[in-house]
Design a protein around this ligand. Sequence first.
Ligand code: KIV
Ligand code: ZN
Length: 522
Amino acid sequence: MTDSQRHIHIFDTTLRDGEQSPGVALNPVQKLEIARALARLNVDIIEAGFPITSDGDFDCVRSIAREIDTATIAALARTAPADVECAGRALEGAGRRRIHIFTSASAVHLQHMLKKSPEQVVEMSIRAVELARGLADEVEFSAQDCMRADFDFVRQLYGAAIDAGATIINIPDTVGYGTPRQYGALIARVNQEIVAGREIVISTHCHDDLGMATANSLAAVENGATQVEGTINGIGERAGNTALEEVIMAIYTHGDYYDARTRINTRELYRTSRLVSKLTGMVVPPNKAVIGDHAFAHESGIHQDGVIKHRETYEIISAELVGREAGVLVLGKHSGRAAFRKALTDLGYDLSGTADAGLNDAAVDGIFTRFKELADRKGQIYPDDLHALIDSQFELTQTYTLEAMQVLSGTALVPTVTVKIGTPAGIVEAAATGDGAVAAAMNAVSQAVGKTPELTNYRVQSVTRGSEALGEVNVWARLDGVTVMGTGLATDVVEASARAWVQAMNLLESGQGRRQERVAGV
Ligand code: KIV
Ligand code: ZN
């Protein structure tokens, strides 16, 4: 890495485009938690949301703008003045504010979605950029579906946006249509014919419909782009966006070839990926590059032999570089508070409790109590156990808590579960049956709380190692058109399910679910 290399700006849109993944419903507390993780990762720009779409999105952008000061905060807006003004208001208080205006460039979008002529689209874009300039430090301009658009129109539209004051121009391949060579050629043309030597940042924004988002983004970097947009774990609409962790590690590995570097703290990649996976409920496939469970696993004898003799025989990046292992860590039920705190620090957690993102003493005490319970049941505690406990520590206002539960089941018995739920009115006890013990547990919780949402999806996975591994249950619950996702963690699946269902009840109670909104593309 040298100082003369180009700085590639990493623009994270996990909280905006990533949240557009089917079934993802992040609440404001979770979004703030992800924004803090992105700040630790040191991304350059966080696209915090699309404020006009809902009061919830507006509030999220505002709270992220007020808290995070190490990255530029971006808010999305269509060309309508109300959108732009709303984005401007949401960004008030940010250290550096960017309004990201978007319209469309392809004939199919103009004709069938915007129902506007090319002249109208240019005119509206100019007005929007001019308005945004007065409300933010910088303006980014995007036209959806550039890859399938007529280049003469792309030249006219982006030229007008630059003349109106946009200093970052983003070239989306909205439907993931291009190949690396085609998309790279488009960026080269944008560079030569639109930017033409001016101080304008060219940005890439790719989708993964043909599995080429990472390759296309890198082709853009080769051809002059200095900003890459994408999401953690590649989540997003349909097949998703460019997976940022892949682009970051490709640039890290081939910095000389791309003549480029990023400012990313790569050791935060794995932790950020886990957090996003946990909060969105979108599982990372084990063979996923950089952050998948198997990304550094060697199965065949020849590979194992090679790696033991010399790691680089079969590994081009080390697990440590992306934050996968922080040394050998063995904790057990006899481990005390000091060893526990040291283990957390070794894993990269900030225990100062002074920084907004740090864990304070009360939080550490809470995790320590759960650690002790787990160590009693499980014996040895691995780094993954601690990560999982810390992730689950981050909880919302708890109206309801699972105080106790008893399960009665067997081959000849109708499963019956009794729960004691802490509520604002005191402890409520309820018993219910179900097709299985999991269903019985959820029915009992519903009865105690007095809410009967519909269970729309259920998933269980093991998140740690060992026969007493921690099981994580995700439940998606819908009530009156609002969907929430609850997560529960325990060594027992029935208990994890009950905890997840209680969390779903808390989210519904606090009104933090997601209502599926339809916003016109204009
Ligand atoms: O994919 C896309 O075109 C977008 C724009 C809003 C930038 O997400
Ligand atoms: Zn997109």
